[in-house]
Design a protein around this ligand. Structure first.
Ligand SMILES: [Zn+2]
Length: 201
């Protein structure tokens, strides 16, 4: 498990933490509640961001809340798990190249206050391994790296650039889920298992 060094109560699981969401959360969640209140998502690479106030499974790729003790969870293998806080709310977002293209990150930020925003991006497929075809590369000309005539997308770079421009604090994990053995990776092994990233107030 990785604990964010920038955001409070923000964690990113890995293979060693297993696949059981409750077990993963309980391993670091300090409240001794019998039931965990967790808001999860049916993620479809959309740019839908929903404001939520109760536990449940939401049809979106981003959720945000200002409810205390409501845990927001996002599942990923190679896409980016993105956790965000401002001075009173939190958000959890799932972002792959489709989400990047449809600006889900900005959709989420627009629903936050803009005050004291901090962003943490967990382990994901980095540009060492995230090969894309020409059609995808053409969408992101500024974020493509070429090696041996193959095209690789740096998924987090546009978010990093955006945050730097807006003076938003951001941390980005150096870990690549494809080439690290510690992480589930769809690209590496067609894994059906996912990492869980989560945050609460
Ligand atoms: Zn890699």
């Amino acid at each position: 498990m990785i604990k964010s060094s920038l955001l409070e109560n923000s964690y990113f699981s890995n293979k060693n933490d297993g696949v059981d969401l409750s077990n993963i959360i309980r391993s670091v969640y300090s409240e001794k509640a019998a039931l965990l209140n967790v808001a999860k998502m049916n993620q479809t690479h959309s740019n839908e961001v929903l404001e939520v106030s109760t536990e449940g499974k939401y049809n979106s790729d981003g959720i945000l809340t200002s409810e205390k003790k409501l845990i927001l969870a996002v599942k990923t293998a190679d896409c980016m798990p993105v956790l965000v806080t401002d001075h009173k709310s939190i958000a959890a977002i799932h972002i792959g190249w489709r989400g990047l293209f449809s600006n889900i990150f900005q959709e989420a930020l627009n629903k936050l206050s803009g005050v004291n925003t901090k962003v943490s991006i967990g382990p994901h497929a980095k540009s060492c391994c995230y090969e894309v075809k020409k059609d995808v590369a053409n969408i992101f000309p500024d974020y493509i790296e070429t090696k041996n005539n193959k095209l690789y997308l740096n998924l987090s770079k546009s978010i990093k650039d955006y945050c730097e421009e807006k003076k938003i604090e951001i941390e980005i994990s150096e870990i690549c889920t494809v080439c690290s053995d510690e992480y589930f990776s769809y690209r590496e092994s067609k894994s059906k298992e996912r990492q869980i990233s989560f945050i609460w107030i």
